[in-house]
Design a binder for this molecule. Structure first.
Ligand SMILES: Cc1cc2nc3c(=O)[nH]c(=O)nc-3n(C[C@H](O)[C@H](O)[C@H](O)COP(=O)(O)OP(=O)(O)OC[C@H]3O[C@@H](n4cnc5c(N)ncnc54)[C@H](O)[C@@H]3O)c2cc1C
Length: 672
């Protein structure tokens, strides 16, 4: 009996122990889950003031943000950063079992939180605290509701001037992202359409100009947005100027993050296809995964008289299968092959006329262009770019040195920012044309967009390069620049052909011509059904869509920043004229708003085009070197005897009449 009782007691104890263990386990899981939730809340407390996050788990939000910070600050490889962060988040979310995972998540997000506070202040998004009073209650849900209401208020459509302007920005490069941020700051309801996803970028670097005296230059604006507080990997100029250089993807990711946080609706992976008009006004059409129609042609442009607003074509059911974004203002920031520009029926043609900045010279030259070769090198065994040659005092030789020795080479730029090591060569017109012809023979239809794996370049591509690229010249040029030049053409070709992250061709030869749109934008009209008023909208071009930027002078991104105040002014003028509803029925309002600021943007683009043509003319056609800024373009002649550059006085330039033939002659003379 006693044995039976103790057996029952033991099994009861076992049950109690099992229950206790289960309870403990449950409690541990609950503690972990609570800690996980607490960690989530820590992130959420700061983040949830942002409109973007009105829905969705805070953890998911942190998960989506922290990789961006990782990428900006520590990693060059977004895929790696996302994967690393994703593991932590996954562990934490899976029943809250891994608190350290959660902690590391919060830890990873921490600098981001400080940055977001800064950004929030700069971009002026309504903060939770600021709304506390307005909401009249302290509960989280009523505060969230207040934030959402505040945002929805910007999309109200009843009554003249009571709603925010709807701005559709096409293109998520530097011009589009900055335009979206500025339009948002001016109170507009902004949608950005970008055909890439934001994980792709280009192996390109931008030289960011410093801000002087309140001028809205690149560094000043980025500082105001909190960019430098994130300690992004920027490279100071090694010549000691205050310019800093940043990789394209770092800048684009920062701007995309800022835009998303500010509340811009980001439509990544959708391509803008055209514009149409429906009963309520003008609509941008976009499609997931690309347009199928080869582009939208506006209806009967030939029937329109000069100066009349463009009649956008009417939306059909087929159009509506894609994405439609209604707009009052359309910003075409979709680069040199802009579909927005095509939809506006504007042309994009190379320019022929240019002047010196001080007006001392005017020239018209047909088809000015420059041929450029970009070479990406491998890192050495220590993970560094190849070492540069130095003079007797140990100072690295300037990269333009080869232009003293190599006939036909205008100049060379070095972009050595590990893990990228790149030389950019610019050729004078005649040699450039010869090289391009050879390259086009080997790669008919243009160089392919290579994406090679770790094995490197396929043998066939190396063989084509061997035939097309000027190997003896490249060997000499690199020997002038590098301390340990390549021992053989094979070593040189192998080094040139390394795969580039996010990459495409790592050696590419192309012609850079400077083209500009025939106008900076236009007024569009949506014809209304009988008895109702037509609606007008304003379309603007920005960045390379307006005028192409040669990398040579580092102008493109900086000019995009300089154009930002005009967009802010335009939105203010529109607000002053009664808001976007004033565009219903009044062509006069539309034209006034459009004209108020766009002349300044067009003038800026014209200045940029002029500066580039000036440089191309004197470098590619005359064989000189051009340095200097907006107001002083300085032209240098090479003094071969003492290997110095000699500044030419501006009044001497007017008398010069260079031709490609004269460059070829001087080349022949120098070779002798
Ligand atoms: C090798 C090289 C080096 C350079 N170096 C410098 C430099 O040092 N400094 C400098 O200031 N500039 C430099 N530039 C020039 C600079 O890259 C451009 O001026 C700048 O990128 C222009 O920005 P953007 O936003 O106007 O256009 P882009 O950067 O071309 O962006 C356009 C965006 O629109 C998207 N898009 C295109 N069509 C559509 C569509 N139909 N629908 C939706 N989205 C679309 C594209 O995917 C892209 O993201 C360099 C250029 C090159 C090629």
């Amino acid at each position: 009996m006693a044995r039976a009782v103790s057996a029952v007691a033991i099994s009861a104890l076992a049950v109690v122990a099992a229950i206790a263990a289960a309870l403990l386990q449950q409690r541990a899981a609950a503690t972990a889950a609570t800690a996980c939730r607490a960690a989530e809340s820590a992130v959420a407390a700061t983040i949830l003031g942002w409109p973007l996050f009105e829905s969705g788990s805070p953890l998911a939000i942190a998960e989506s943000l922290a990789p961006v910070w990782h990428v900006l600050v520590t990693e060059n490889d977004p895929t790696k950063a996302v994967a690393a962060f994703g593991d932590d988040a996954a562990r934490c979310c899976a029943g809250g079992a891994d608190v350290p995972g959660c902690n590391s998540l919060v830890h990873a997000a921490f600098p981001l939180i400080a940055f977001m506070d800064r950004l929030r202040a700069a971009i002026d998004v309504p903060r939770r605290d600021a709304l506390r009073g307005e909401a009249g209650a302290a509960s989280a849900s009523s505060l969230d509701a207040a934030i959402v209401d505040r945002l929805r208020a910007t999309t109200k459509t009843d009554g003249l001037g009571s709603r925010a302007a709807r701005v559709a920005v096409v293109g998520g490069g530097p011009s589009g992202l900055t335009a979206a941020l500025v339009a948002h700051r001016e109170g507009a309801n902004v949608t950005l359409i970008e055909k890439r996803d934001f994980h792709y970028s280009r192996p390109v670097w931008f030289d960011l100009e410093p801000g002087d005296d309140g001028e809205p230059t690149t560094q000043a604006q980025l500082r105001a947005w909190g960019f430098f507080e994130l300690r992004p990997p920027v490279v100071p100029d090694d010549a000691g100027s205050p310019v800093v250089t940043v990789q394209c993807f770092v800048l684009e990711r920062f701007l995309a993050l800022a835009a998303a946080l500010a509340g811009v609706t980001m439509r990544a992976g959708e391509e803008f296809c055209g514009v149409c008009a429906d009963d309520d006004g003008l609509v941008a059409l976009a499609a997931h995964g690309g347009c199928t129609d080869g582009g939208d042609a506006p209806e009967a442009p030939a029937a329109r008289r000069a100066g009349e607003p463009l009649l956008a074509r009417s939306c059909t059911d087929a159009d509506r299968h894609g994405v439609t974004v209604p707009f009052d203002i359309l910003v075409g920031a979709d680069g040199p092959r802009s579909r927005v520009r095509d939809a506006l029926d504007l042309t994009y043609a190379p320019r022929a006329r240019f002047s010196a900045a001080d007006g001392s010279l005017w020239r018209t030259e047909a088809a000015l262009s420059q041929v450029t070769l970009i070479l990406a090198f491998e890192l050495d065994a220590g993970g560094r770019c190849p070492a540069l040659r130095r003079d007797a005092a140990g100072v690295p030789l300037p990269p333009h040195e080869p232009s003293f020795d190599e006939p036909g080479v205008s100049t060379v730029f070095k972009r050595f920012f590990e893990p990228y090591c790149e030389l950019q060569l610019l050729f004078e017109e005649t040699l450039g044309a010869e090289l391009l012809a050879a390259y086009e023979t080997e790669y008919p239809g243009g160089a392919p967009r290579w994406s090679w794996g770790p094995g490197g370049a396929p043998a066939a591509a190396l063989e084509r390069d061997r035939r097309a690229l000027p190997l003896p010249l490249l060997r000499r040029v690199t020997a002038t620049i590098l301390a340990s030049p390549f021992a053989s053409d094979d070593a040189l070709l192998g080094a040139l052909r390394r795969p580039v992250p996010h990459g495409r061709a790592d050696a590419s030869l192309f012609r850079m011509a400077i083209s500009a749109a025939s106008a900076g934008g236009r007024v569009l009209s949506a014809p209304a059904p009988y008895g109702r008023l037509s609606t007008y909208a304003i379309a603007l071009l920005r960045g390379d869509a307006l005028a192409s930027a040669h990398y040579r002078l580092g102008l493109g991104v900086n000019e995009a920043f300089k154009a930002l105040p005009a967009l802010a002014d335009l939105l203010r003028v529109l607000g002053g004229m009664g808001g976007p509803d004033a565009l219903r029925g009044s062509l006069m309002v539309a034209k006034t708003v459009f004209g108020a600021t766009e002349a300044a943007v067009k003038a800026g683009a014209d200045r940029m085009v002029n500066r580039q043509l000036f440089a191309i003319y004197f470098e590619a056609v005359c064989g000189f070197l051009v340095f200097g800024g907006d107001d002083a373009q300085q032209v240098y002649r090479r003094r071969h005897r003492d290997r110095q550059l000699e500044l030419l006085p501006s009044d001497a330039l007017d008398g010069l009449n260079c031709t490609a033939a004269s460059t070829a002659a001087s080349r022949a003379q120098r070779t002798r």
